[in-house]
Write a protein that binds this ligand. Structure first.
Ligand code: IMP
Length: 197
């Protein structure tokens, strides 16, 4: 089913601009949930795939347009995969500076010396008729002992050092991060799929 118009289930201006830029050359017009005044869909699932699909399927059904959604988070080995799907809610009042402090202190308290972690992202594409496709991306790395701030980044970026690098995600520019990031990898698979239609 060739797609001409799609709704992106997001209220995040940065993500919306990124998706519009990415899909415009493919002849796809993106309308965001923000522009369409659609309410936030509650993320009631327990996996990234479930939450991503809850968002895309709810909006595809209510609007009659294909819908793209993503769900992502940071999984830390020493914390048995936490904060995972709860990454956004883990930060007190969505203050990621406090969220990162909390993460470091919980890791210390765990007594587990492992610094291993990964970011995961599941992008979903849902059609109004219930058909859907999932695209997954993951990047492995380590949690730094202290925040490594740079010019860019958001969320837990200052604490995440991707495997094979000695700088944090926050110290990379957008293009560098997108090439290896969980979201970048999931979106490449999505773009390949769209190109194949
Ligand atoms: P969501 O996918 O928009 O629900 O994001 C979940 C949460 O995971 C975000 O609020 C961030 O805390 C965290 N997160 C997801 N992707 C990244 C990333 O690339 N860098 C840093 N934090 C991220």
């Amino acid at each position: 089913m060739k797609i001409k118009e799609i709704i992106f289930a997001s209220h995040n201006a940065g993500k919306i601009a990124e998706i519009k830029d990415m899909l415009a050359p493919m002849g796809i017009t993106v309308h965001s949930a923000e522009e369409m005044n659609l309410p936030d869909v509650a993320e009631t699932g327990t996996t990234f795939a479930e939450n991503s699909l809850i968002k895309s399927q709810t909006i595809a059904k209510s609007t009659g347009f294909p819908c793209l959604a993503d769900d992502s988070g940071l999984c830390v080995d020493a914390l048995n995969g936490a904060p995972g799907v709860y990454s956004a809610r883990y930060a007190p009042n969505r203050d990621f500076n406090k969220g990162m402090d909390l993460l470091l202190s919980e890791m210390e308290k765990s007594g587990n010396p492992s610094r291993k972690a990964h970011f995961s992202c599941v992008v979903s594409l849902a059609y109004p008729n219930g058909e859907y496709h999932l695209f997954e991306g993951r990047v492995d790395g380590y949690i730094a002992h202290e925040k490594m701030h740079g010019e860019g980044g958001f969320g837990y970026d200052p604490l995440f050092i991707p495997e094979g690098y000695d700088c944090s995600f926050a110290q990379m520019n957008h293009d560098e991060k997108n090439k290896i990031s969980h979201r970048g990898r999931a979106m490449s698979k999505f773009k390949e799929f769209i190109a194949s239609l």
